[in-house]
Design a protein around this ligand. Structure first.
Ligand code: ATP
Ligand code: MG
Length: 216
């Protein structure tokens, strides 16, 4: 059975697709097969993969209605891989609920803006609801500071603010132009700039994800 990791937040542009694609890249190696499920009708990760330069499989499995959700989850649960990473859409609805419902681990990227925090509380509510209804009391959750600019006070303080949410806070993914450029090239960061600081962020995030999954 694969480990299922949903990258979700009900806020647009928080860095979900960037984190999903790059996490899939860092989890995938000779011993571990990764499938990235694009559950967002916007198709950002599908587009990222369209140049054929990502080292893992990307499946477009987006849907809008709750009725489709009932068909979606069993299909995703049948996928063969060591890790299945799910890139969620930025709104409450069937796809985010279904993904959080089957996930072992949910990553919630949060930028330093106040508006993001409000949406994050809603995403956390979804995680808490699932924990109440699921027998395994899952999913686990990591809040990931995303697009962080440490030159600003907000960027420096966001970690402390997020600690108060009561969930694990992951290593930050900083605001770096290499993430935008790698998307433009259809590459994940490890193939675009393997010695750069953006890759170092993703490597740390990958280690935090593996550690959290080991504890389950
Ligand atoms: N760490 C980062 N540094 C710099 N730019 C970033 C970073 N993460 C994301 N971006 C840029 O911010 C924009 C939104 O990122 P992304 O598409 O990953 O967010 P999203 O949460 O998936 O958005 P949506 O809600 O639309 O699905 C993109 O232009 C992306 O290149
Ligand atoms: Mg996206």
């Amino acid at each position: 059975m694969p480990r299922f990791i949903a990258v979700a937040n009900l806020k647009g542009g928080a860095g979900k697709s960037t984190i999903a694609v790059n996490l899939a890249g860092v989890l995938c190696d000779k011993k571990h097969a990764v499938t990235l499920v694009d559950a967002d009708v916007q198709g950002t990760s599908t587009y990222w993969a369209s140049a054929g330069r990502l080292p893992f499989r990307v499946l477009t499995m987006a849907f809008e209605t709750a009725r489709d959700a009932r068909k979606w989850a069993p299909k995703v649960l049948e996928l063969e891989a060591d890790y299945v990473v799910i890139d969620c859409p930025p709104h409450v609805g069937g796809a985010s609920e279904a993904a959080v419902g089957i996930a072992d681990l949910v990553l919630i990227p949060v930028t330093a803006s106040g508006a993001d925090l409000a949406a994050t509380l809603k995403a956390l509510d979804l995680v808490h609801e699932m924990r109440e209804s699921r027998e395994d009391k899952g999913p686990a959750c990591i809040v990931v500071p995303s697009k962080i600019d440490t030159r600003t006070a907000l960027g420096r303080e966001i970690g402390d603010v997020l600690e108060q949410l009561g969930e694990k806070v992951g290593p930050p993914v900083h605001q770096r132009v290499a993430f935008v450029e790698s998307f433009g090239q259809g590459l994940w960061i490890g193939d675009y700039e393997p010695n750069g600081p953006a890759y170092a962020d993703i490597e740390e995030l990958g280690a935090a994800v593996k550690k959290a999954l080991k504890r389950l």
